[in-house]
Design a protein around this ligand. Structure first.
Ligand code: 13P
Length: 251
């Protein structure tokens, strides 16, 4: 299974900044990227097509949309469809990101609807899950992850190709805080995610990628990526700089 090294630029970067970062990333990463790695960038929508054009033709590079709505087109002001993302050069979409759950108020059912719709309409989907600090302290990590995953994949056909659906485990308390989860916490959570995926999709869930996200940096990435059941990373802050994310992608 190829490791997926993903950059989530969130609501950062003008087009000029996005172009410079994408060009630096390709220049520093493409010549050294091994066959068992893939690089994925989630730019803001305004830079999606431009970044897709920059990475086009680079082996192992992909672009994704940070969000999408579950309809093909229509009177949905402010929304964007999987087809529009694909038209701009995206092959991936994110669902369930902590900031959409906890700042924008998306619930499990809505996230499940989007996940199934994106997959049915050509996107590969990364479903993000993760507990808040009070849920970890209260001993409910597994209950939270199980609820978020089961609701998130509820309408995904069980014959889905395993490379099309990934889970990103992003503990909320580790996002943007500099406080990375410990190796044991990551391995325990990822093993549990794998168990739930197998209970839903059977043995082929062993080929679904499980990414870790939360304060991944060049200095900690090689240790994290070597852990059991860690098939990639989803990086926020440290992905905004081309050189920093290149070090992560190649770690
Ligand atoms: P940070 O890498 O900034 O902690 O963000 C993680 C994240 O939310 C990626 O989606």
């Amino acid at each position: 299974m190829k490791k997926l090294m993903a950059a989530n630029w969130k609501m950062y970067k003008t087009w000029d900044e996005a172009r410079d970062t994408a060009e630096a990333l390709v220049k520093l990463t493409a010549p050294a990227l091994s066959d068992d790695r893939e690089v994925l960038v989630f730019p803001p929508f305004t830079a999606l097509k431009g970044v897709a054009d920059i990475v086009a033709g680079q082996k192992g590079f992909f672009v994704g949309g940070q969000d999408f709505y579950s309809a093909e087109e229509g009177a949905f002001t402010g929304e964007i469809s999987p087809g529009m993302l694909e038209d701009a050069g995206a092959s991936y979409g994110l669902t369930g990101h902590s900031e959409r759950r906890h700042i924008l108020g998306e619930d499990d059912a809505y996230i499940g609807q989007k996940t199934a719709y994106g997959l049915a309409n050509g996107l590969n989907v990364i479903l993000c899950v993760g507990e808040k600090i009070e849920e970890r302290k209260g001993g409910s990590v597994e209950a939270v992850l199980e609820r978020q995953i089961r609701a998130g994949v509820k309408d995904v056909p069980t014959d889905i190709a395993p490379n099309r659906l990934s889970i990103a485990y992003e503990p909320v308390w580790a996002i943007g805080t500099g406080e990375v989860a410990g190796p044991r916490e990551i391995e325990d959570a990822h093993a549990f995610v794998r168990k739930i995926l197998i209970s839903v999709f059977g043995k082929k869930a062993n080929e679904m990628r499980i990414l870790y996200g939360g304060s991944v940096k060049p200095a900690n990435c090689s240790e994290i990526i070597a852990l059991d059941n860690v098939d990639g990373v989803l990086v926020g802050g440290a992905s905004l700089d081309g050189e920093s994310f290149s070090q992560i992608a190649l770690a």
